[in-house]
Each structure stands twice: as C-alpha cells, then as structure tokens.
Design a protein around this ligand. Structure first.
Ligand SMILES: Cc1cc2nc3c(=O)[nH]c(=O)nc-3n(C[C@H](O)[C@H](O)[C@H](O)COP(=O)(O)O)c2cc1C
Length: 394
C-alpha cells in the first residue's frame, strides 16, 4: 500500500476547544497515516503516535508546540513550576498550537527530613567543595520540586490540558479530579506490577519505560530504589509483557530515537512511543552549550543509572561524580533533597566550563540524535517508521 505522509489530512481546527481527546474515525478528512495500531492516536486525537517526553526545565513551550505542529503530542514538563507558571505555560502553548497537549507532574512522596543522612551526604561532597573553593556548609534551602498537590490540581482543573501524565505513580485523591476535568491520564510503569497497579487505579494509557531511558526511572513500587534500579527491565522485554498484562494502550519509552525503534515498539505491542533524548538535540530544547556538547559526544555506553544527582535513580551522562560516588550510592538523602547540597558545586563547576558535577539526563540512544527543529524531526520520525512498516510488510 502506498502512503505519503504529506497525504495526512489537514489539521482539525482548534481541537482543544472542540475537545479533540477521544477523537473518532472521521476527524481526519482525508487519508489517515497507516499506523498499525491506532488506539493511541484515536484516543488522544493526534496525527502521529509520537509523544514528546516531558522534560522538566529542559523541554520548552516552543519545543512542545513544534512537536504538535509535526503531528505528535507536545508535552510540558511541569515539575518544579508553581501553579501560576503551569497556567502561564499552558496559555502560551495554546497560543502556539490548537492541538491536544500534555502536562506532566511527579507523584513522589515528600522527602523525610533526615539530618544524619543529609550531613553524611554533605561530608561526601566536602572534598569536591574544598577543591573548588566552596564552603560545604553553605548548601541549604528548600527544593521546589513538589509532588502533584491540591494547588497544582486546581491549575489543571482550570486550564484543562487534554492529557495529564504522571511519573512515580498516580496522585490520590486528586486523580478523580483530573479525570473529572476531562483529561486523559497517562502514567509511567517500569515493571509489569506497576503497569497493573496503574491500570487498576484508572490510568488510560501506560507509558512502559525501559531502563535505556534518559531521566528519572519512573519506578514507584520498589521497596529499595537503589537495589531494584539495577534490575529494571529494558524496553524490549518490558513492552510485550506489559501488553500481555493490561488492556489499555501502551506507549513504549526508552532507547527509541529513529524509525527502526518506533517500528520495533509497535511490533512489541505498543500503540505509541515517548521520546526524550532525541528531542534534546532540537534547537528548541533549553540545554546549555556544555550539555549539548556532551550529548554530541555521547556513546551508547556512556550513560549510567545513578542516584547521586537527586536521590532517585535516573539515567544520565556519566561524569566524575557518578564515577567516584556512584553510580548507585544508596545513602543520598531522599529525592529531591540530595540536589540541594550539590547545587553550589554544580554551579561553580559549570562556571569553570566543567560538567563533572552536573546531571545531564540522557538515554542510551543519544548517539542516534539528529540536530533539527522538532517539527521536522517529528515528521521525519513518523515517515521513517511508516516506511519501515511498509518494508517489513514486503
Ligand atoms: C532530559 C530528560 C528529562 C526528563 N524529564 C522527565 C520529566 O520531567 N517527567 C517525566 O515524566 N519524564 C521525564 N523524562 C523521562 C522521559 O519521560 C522518558 O521516559 C525518556 O526520555 C524515554 O527515553 P529516551 O530518553 O531514551 O527517549 C526525562 C528524560 C530526559 C532525557
């Protein structure tokens, strides 16, 4: 069957006002892209089942808008934003696109205050502080990374993004309010048990995050984070097992950066993919020149899952800190408190042009990244995957 991506029908007008979520057959007046599984595109009202991974602090409104323009789902990583800023970001994005959008939040437990643990962590960092001429006792303050709470939920109820996604579980009891606001709910699972848990509590879509993924492991049922981080499944075995375990559509995440990866995800039973690292290469991503340079040099074996940056396991480019204190340290203060002691060290090192203490989240597919605007990348990824489906079909 011949299909050209340019045959995809025109975009629906102002779908956010028309509540594009749950769009059904007939929304795209002409030929629809031949995705082998259309559950996700139909559920979310998007052209291509390609989701920009929310990337708090790095993914911009412009990046999300550009992915929407390319036919994917643009996501806003709202972690660390106060409710007013979430509303402002959504407003800005609405002005740039009429397509459905996703807002993303964390559902972590609030960190336990543990003076001994925090002091121990500062002691571990002290030699580095001394080396850079910093007073190790200066690191203090409060983290702005709050879990999804009543105030954030009120912001969501007001701006009504078509989709809300959660990392580290689901918010109870706010979930019912998010759903009552008409939002579809997506949530990350890193194991089959987590996928079952999320489906049983009402997630409409499960994001199956393999261990190749850049950024924080979305794990939330683990009793011992560091121990279990080391045994997390990769995307290849995770997606089909979750597909067998739940009925809702699955989005594969982790290590996907080109048409081959997308086609593989569909073959495994996914109805869409979520891509983070590959979008970091786009000019719309807000990453520092230091980060961009490091990404360009990344290899498949230069990332590690580490807890030394935030207190939770996350995949990042390795550096001196991950090598000398990690990668899985196990005695960092709870997430996100561990970041506080590290902040001055990281700032000072970056001022000196060093990335040795900076969290630079990236997944194992980083070397497949291509530097191009996100709209063009989204269309190129879709086209490459659709071409591969046709080739595989013979
Ligand atoms: C720089 C970066 C930041 C991320 N931040 C978030 C976030 O704020 N919220 C979230 O749910 N996932 C976040 N993730 C994880 C992604 O949702 C996704 O699981 C991952 O990017 C997929 O793997 P890939 O990086 O190989 O494409 C982040 C990933 C990266 C690379």
């Amino acid at each position: 069957m011949s299909y050209s991506i340019s045959n995809a029908g025109p975009e629906p007008s102002a779908p956010h006002r028309a509540r594009a979520v749950g769009a059904t057959a007939g929304q795209w007046p002409e030929k629809k892209p031949m995705w082998p599984d259309r559950r996700l595109v139909d559920l979310l009202g998007i052209e291509h089942p390609l989701v920009l991974a929310p990337m708090a602090g790095l993914g911009t409104v412009e990046l999300a808008a550009s992915v929407c323009a390319g036919g994917g789902l643009g996501s806003l990583g709202c972690v660390g934003l106060q409710p007013e800023l979430v509303m402002k970001a959504v407003d800005k994005l609405r002005r740039l696109t009429g397509k459905p959008i996703n807002t993303n939040f964390f559902c972590h437990s609030v960190a336990r205050a543990d003076r001994a643990r925090e002091a121990n962590w500062r002691d571990r960092l002290a030699p580095y502080c001394n080396e850079l001429g910093l007073d190790p006792s200066l690191a203090a303050g409060q983290s702005e990374i709050l879990p999804f709470d009543d105030a954030l939920c009120r912001a969501v109820e007001q701006v009504k993004p078509e989709i809300v996604s959660f990392h580290f579980g689901l918010p109870a009891p706010a979930l019912a309010r998010v759903k009552a606001a008409g939002c579809r709910v997506m949530a990350t699972a890193t194991t089959i048990a987590e996928a079952r848990w999320l489906e049983a509590r009402g997630a409409d879509v499960i994001i199956a995050q393999g261990c190749e993924a850049g950024g924080h492991r979305g794990m939330f049922l683990a009793v011992n984070l560091e121990e279990e981080a080391a045994s997390q499944p990769s995307t290849l075995p995770l997606v089909p097992q979750i597909a067998d375990a739940v009925r809702v559509p699955i989005i594969a995440a982790g290590g996907i950066a080109d048409g081959r990866g997308i086609a593989a995800a569909f073959a495994l039973g996914a109805a869409g993919v979520q891509i983070g690292t590959a979008y970091l290469f786009c000019p719309e991503a807000a990453i520092s020149p230091l980060y961009r340079d490091a990404l360009r040099q990344a290899r498949a074996d230069t990332t590690v899952v580490t807890d030394v940056f935030t207190g939770r396991p996350a995949r990042a480019l390795s550096n001196r800190l991950t090598r000398e204190l990690g990668p899985l340290h196990g005695v960092t203060p709870d997430f996100p408190t561990a970041m506080l002691a590290l902040a001055p060290l990281r700032r000072k090192a970056e001022q000196q042009g060093s990335r040795e203490f900076s969290p630079q989240w990236a997944g194992q597919a980083a070397p497949l990244g291509r530097e191009m605007p996100a709209e063009a990348l989204t269309r190129a990824l879709a086209e490459a995957a659709l071409t591969r489906f046709r080739q595989l079909a013979g």
